[in-house]
Design a protein around this ligand. Structure first.
Ligand code: FRU
Length: 468
């Protein structure tokens, strides 16, 4: 299987959650749940890579390795600018990793620090720094809360679907502040929480807190919009409680960057699903990360909604393949065929479905396979159909059609579709509706084709090759 061109994969072995996303000294760090010894889940450690542009990644040695029978589970990293921890050495602020150790008897939160720009980490002698005798207590996301001048650690009590908040002044001694939950029993375990403040688009000065939690048994992570005073998260009562991050199957354990170099809040997710993560047909690696996505809140009729937009940096990896303005499908398809399509492309298209019952774009398409990204007018839904997307038989849970409500604006549907060797990420309504799915077509299946019935037409279409 060819490697993804613009998605992060480990050199070899298994990858799941992104961990410790942080920017420091001109470098973006991605750590990740990694099995350095095999291509299925196990021996969990933190793999590591750095990038200066979020596009090209340099692989580094394992940063935190499993030790004495304790696996290194998910967590986050921060720069301790003010040396609150006292771990500064040589005038450089320490890079501090906070993560879960999964031991035989319990899961605990631990701290390791680096005084050499993340090249080596030392486990702090006071670790574990938070232990409550629980087997299901994990995934610390830590951030600095300026109004209370304290660190906040957000974790989950996974089995009882509860988010827990602890606070600290020095990253080492923590005080339990509050709990949020419990969630719906149908959710299954809650994992990988994140909490951050986001601006409301087009409402200057307006900001709300977003609490995200992954939900093992449901199709997508949940999020809650509300207020956070440094100790307690209170969801806005008027904003719905069943808000979902992504309508596809393959966007899990997303984590936002700490210390991002500008105002943006950017996160990256793991593109897979526990139902088949151990058997997807790739080698010698298994598991990829999503493209980085910028987050914001937008106001809609029902309240505030999370919107995701691919980071602008991706535009630097583009080579134009095709651009056409208003045209009919036949002409657009002729132009698309002439490009030959591609394995790794961005497609920006504005479709006018008119009276079409369905209006779809086939990507990674050939005579015997294709992935459909489309609009179902009767249900007013955006969908990704991967039932004939290539290899699907490795898991009965894999093939399927994934749907999300979507509305046309002025009769138009604007889509940005990021296609790669084994994935499709679809952003509609400027990122208010997102579907992320793995697909495993043959390398030669590169076609792009519009398949619409009725009098549908194209308002604009641009295709780029996407390869850093
Ligand atoms: C989420 C998760 C986390 C855990 C990690 C272990 O995918 O189950 O809760 O820390 O993976 O690899």
């Amino acid at each position: 299987m060819l490697r993804p061109r613009h998605h992060f994969t480990p050199p070899r072995g298994f990858l799941n959650d992104p961990n410790g996303l942080v920017h420091y000294a001109g470098e973006f760090h991605v750590f990740y749940q990694h099995n350095p010894l095999g291509d299925t889940w196990g021996h969990m450690s933190w793999g590591h890579a750095v990038s200066r542009d979020l596009l090209r990644w340099e692989h580094l040695p394992v940063a935190l390795a499993e030790r004495d029978g304790a696996m290194i589970f998910s967590g986050s990293a921060v720069v301790d600018w003010q040396n609150t921890s006292g771990l500064c050495a040589g005038g450089e602020p320490p890079l501090v990793a906070l993560y879960t150790e999964h031991g035989p008897a319990e899961q605990t939160q631990n701290l390791a620090y680096s005084n050499d720009r993340g090249r080596t980490f030392v486990r702090h002698r006071d670790s574990p720094i938070v232990a409550i005798g629980s087997r299901d207590f994990r995934d610390p996301k830590v951030f600095w809360h300026e109004p209370t001048r304290s660190w906040v650690m957000v974790t989950v009590l996974a089995a009882i679907r509860t988010v827990r908040f602890d606070v600290s002044h020095d990253l080492l001694r923590w005080e339990h502040a509050s709990d949020f939950g419990p969630g719906d029993p149908e959710d299954g375990p809650w994992e990988c929480p994140d909490l951050f403040l986001l601006p409301v688009e087009a409402e200057p000065g307006q900001r709300r807190w977003v609490l995200k939690v992954d939900v093992q048994r449901a199709e997508s992570a949940r999020y809650f919009v509300g207020d956070f005073d440094g100790r307690v998260f209170v969801p806005d009562p008027e904003i719905g409680h069943d808000l979902r991050v992504d309508g596809g199957r393959d966007f899990y354990a997303a984590q936002s960057f700490s210390d991002f170099p500008d105002e943006r809040r950017v996160w990256i997710g793991w593109m897979s699903h526990w139902d088949y993560a151990n058997v997807v047909p790739t080698s010698p690696w298994r598991g990829q990360l999503s493209i980085p996505r910028e987050l914001r809140l937008v106001r809609v009729a029902g309240g505030l909604r999370l919107a995701q937009r691919p980071v602008g940096e991706l535009a630097l990896a583009r080579t134009p393949l095709l651009r056409c303005a208003a045209t009919d499908l036949t002409a657009a398809n002729r132009d698309l065929a002439a490009t030959g399509g591609g394995v790794a492309v961005e497609i920006d298209v504005e479709l006018v479905p008119c009276h079409a019952a369905t209006c779809a774009i086939a990507v990674r398409s050939a005579a015997h396979e294709r992935t459909l990204v489309g609009f179902d007018a009767a249900r007013s839904e955006l969908f990704v159909d991967r039932t004939r997307s290539g290899a699907t038989a490795f898991s009965p849970a894999f093939p399927g059609v994934h749907r999300r409500p979507v509305s046309l604006v002025g009769g138009r549907l604007a889509l940005r579709i990021f296609v790669d060797t084994c994935s499709v990420e679809v952003f509609a309504e400027d990122g208010r509706t997102v579907l992320s799915d793995l697909v495993f077509p043959e390398a030669a299946s590169t076609g792009i084709e519009l398949l619409c019935d009725g009098d549908a037409h194209v308002r604009s279409l641009e295709v780029f090759q996407l390869e850093p």
